[in-house]
Write a protein that binds this ligand. Structure first.
Ligand SMILES: Cc1ncc(COP(=O)(O)O)c(C=O)c1O
Length: 375
């Protein structure tokens, strides 16, 4: 009889040998943040904290948890009002909250695709979307990253209900999808477009409404996923789409149905973060920092992926080199992390540098100088 423990040890040893064993990082305070997805500094924003407190006082929190799923004891008037608020903000028909972006993607994709349908997806989509597609009954086909021609070839062969799944900003590359072109080709073949906006919300578009809105595609695409753990500085996600889509998800999305609803304080954080987005332009400082970084990074010897988003990459093509330089930067006070396979393809190991509205020009210049000493 084979022992499960032996299997675990073997798999971990394989990871160690290929230099990509994942370890939880040591908590090192006071490093300059070039790593988190907290693009607008909302996770530590006192403005956001104050807004959450106001909601707590207005609505009152009498419970620590929600006590059940949304379909049983976990639904609240404030939660539904927040969904309406989010739908209005993004100018879509409806929004349905999920406990995380992972849950939203898993629930959405797994319950849509039936036998005879097909999910066609960009080869670089997030693991949560891939997992959702895998759990569905539909066939799956990937197309080359951001390649309209390859997408069209796949669409020509597709049968049944066709879903095309992309991200508007790719999480490990930082580049953006040619949204309009992809939308047009989907229209040509009658395909239903699903866009994950996890890294676009708060960053792109009027008041951070995202790239779907910026391209005038809200209410035109089939579904959009927005997540709140990144620029919004809290937790959770929503699927945006038609009333029919919302009702369908309430009936069939298992990661929505079979889980305890988010407690009210989580919902209040989301509502407060959205309110904050509507009240001020938080994007200006971030845009300036992205532009400064891009100008400076252009002078580095290493290749960088062309990105207008908050996610910038330096491709080092070796796990050792990526880990080595990340460690050197951390020791110098800059929190930069290496991204290794299997998160990215072998040979495409990189530094993923996240920019924020709160990074100063001195720290961005300092980071580039440190990188130059290591070229
Ligand atoms: C593109 C994308 N979609 C979805 C998710 C999952 O979101 P969450 O962290 O809220 O589960 C992530 C986060 O890693 C992501 O990068």
């Amino acid at each position: 009889m084979k022992k499960a423990e032996d299997f675990l040890v073997k798999k971990l040893e394989e990871r160690k040998q290929s230099n990509n064993l994942r370890l939880l990082p040591a908590v090192t305070p006071n490093l300059i943040d070039f790593c988190s997805n907290d693009y607008l500094g909302f996770t530590r924003s006192s403005l956001l904290k104050d807004k959450i407190k106001i909601f707590e006082q207005q609505i009152g929190i009498t419970e620590n948890g929600s006590g059940g799923s949304r379909l049983l004891s976990g639904n609240r008037k404030f939660t539904e009002e927040t969904e309406d608020f989010i739908a209005r903000f993004h100018e879509t028909e409806s929004a349905l909250l999920f406990n995380s972006g992972y849950d939203a993607n898993l629930g959405l994709l797994s319950c849509l695709g039936q036998r005879g349908d097909i999910i066609i997806y960009d080869e670089l989509i997030h693991a949560s979307l891939i997992d959702g597609a895998r759990l569905s009954f539909a066939d799956r086909l990937k197309f080359k990253h951001n390649d309209i021609h390859d997408l069209e070839l796949k669409l020509q062969k597709a049968k049944g209900i066709i879903y095309v799944v992309i991200e508007s900003v790719y999480s490990m590359d930082g580049d953006t999808a040619p949204l309009k072109d992809i939308y047009d080709i989907c229209e040509k073949y009658g395909a239903n477009l699903i866009v994950d906006e996890a890294h676009a919300i708060g960053v792109f578009g009027d008041h951070g409404k995202g790239l779907v809105h910026q391209n005038g595609l809200n209410n035109r695409i089939f579904a959009c996923v927005v997540t709140f753990g990144k620029a919004l500085g809290c937790h959770g996600a929503a699927v945006l789409g038609s009333h029919n889509l919302r009702n369908y998800l309430i009936n069939f999305a298992r990661s929505f149905i079979y889980t305890t609803a988010m407690p009210l304080h989580g919902i209040m954080s989301i509502r407060a973060a959205y309110t904050l987005l509507t009240e001020q332009d938080h994007q200006q400082d971030l845009r300036q920092n992205i532009s400064l970084y891009r100008n400076l990074a252009f002078t580095l010897k290493w290749p960088c992926i062309n990105s207008l988003s908050a996610i910038q990459t330096i491709i080092l093509s070796s796990a050792e080199k990526a880990k080595d330089i990340a460690l050197y930067l951390q020791k110098s006070g800059y929190d930069v992390r290496a991204i290794l396979s299997p998160t990215v393809a072998k040979g495409a190991e990189r530094l993923r540098i996240c920019l924020h509205s709160f990074n100063t020009s001195e720290t961005i210049e300092g980071l580039i100088l440190k990188l130059k000493t290591h070229e």
